[in-house]
Design a binder for this molecule. Sequence first.
Ligand SMILES: Nc1ncnc2c1ncn2[C@@H]1O[C@H](COP(=O)(O)OP(=O)(O)OP(=O)(O)O)[C@@H](O)[C@H]1O
Ligand SMILES: [Mg+2]
Length: 244
Amino acid sequence: MNLLEVKNLNVYTQDKIQLLKEVNLIVKPNSIHAILGPNGSGKTTLANTLMGLVTNKIVKGKIIFAGQNITNLPTFKRAKMGLTLAWQEPARFEGIKVCDYLGLGMKNYDKEEINRALNLVGLEPKIYCERLVDEKLSGGERKRIELAAVLLMKPRLMILDEPDAGLDIIVYNEFYELLATVKKETGAGIMLITHREEAGLIADSATLLWRGKMIISSNFRQTMRRYCEMSGRKKTCKLKTCLK
Ligand SMILES: Nc1ncnc2c1ncn2[C@@H]1O[C@H](COP(=O)(O)OP(=O)(O)OP(=O)(O)O)[C@@H](O)[C@H]1O
Ligand SMILES: [Mg+2]
């Protein structure tokens, strides 16, 4: 069974501006699906639509998650079914301890579970649990903490909106490896919204959006090639070195 199926999805604003046109894509369980596209192409709109966070918009088409039509379900029900979204600009809880931050969403604070999540994202609990969520954490450490927070929701599909934004070249390669590990360890699916061709190191499949329109949804290599062609970057795209 497919984990997520998006069928002929169209999204409009109330005053009929079309934000997404005929998006069709499939995410398989235990796979990483990249969403590619330039600024303003509709990636975040797609993520919000999948999560049900577009209440003032008109949504046509179908979203099937784990075999169930969720197109009209409220966000909390989607979340209960195991769909999670980490925001492009996540809310900051400055000044509280990392472990307290991670425990915020838990019914009963479970230290062992938090430690497991920290270990999985490569942060030693002994060092990080008591640290404060503040600007002293590096960008990469923050991303890892955000990912740990997502993992604690026990998602079946994690939608990550540009988790690689703002990371430097070494850190984002590490971060991709981490996502591959998380996929393997949890069996969850990951929808990775990104600008980076290096995502091909871990992505199993990909969709390209362009001005709200789905251009192609295929394996990463073919989708990335199309993206390079359309953005006139044929020469600069590092297809050979970056793709599996
Ligand atoms: N309510 C709205 N009314 C009008 N235009 C909107 C509305 N919401 C989004 N848009 C427009 O839809 C387009 C897609 O926005 P979206 O945030 O989905 O892009 P994106 O692909 O995530 O871009 P980025 O890479 O910059 O994050 C943008 O041009 C945006 O201005
Ligand atoms: Mg966006």
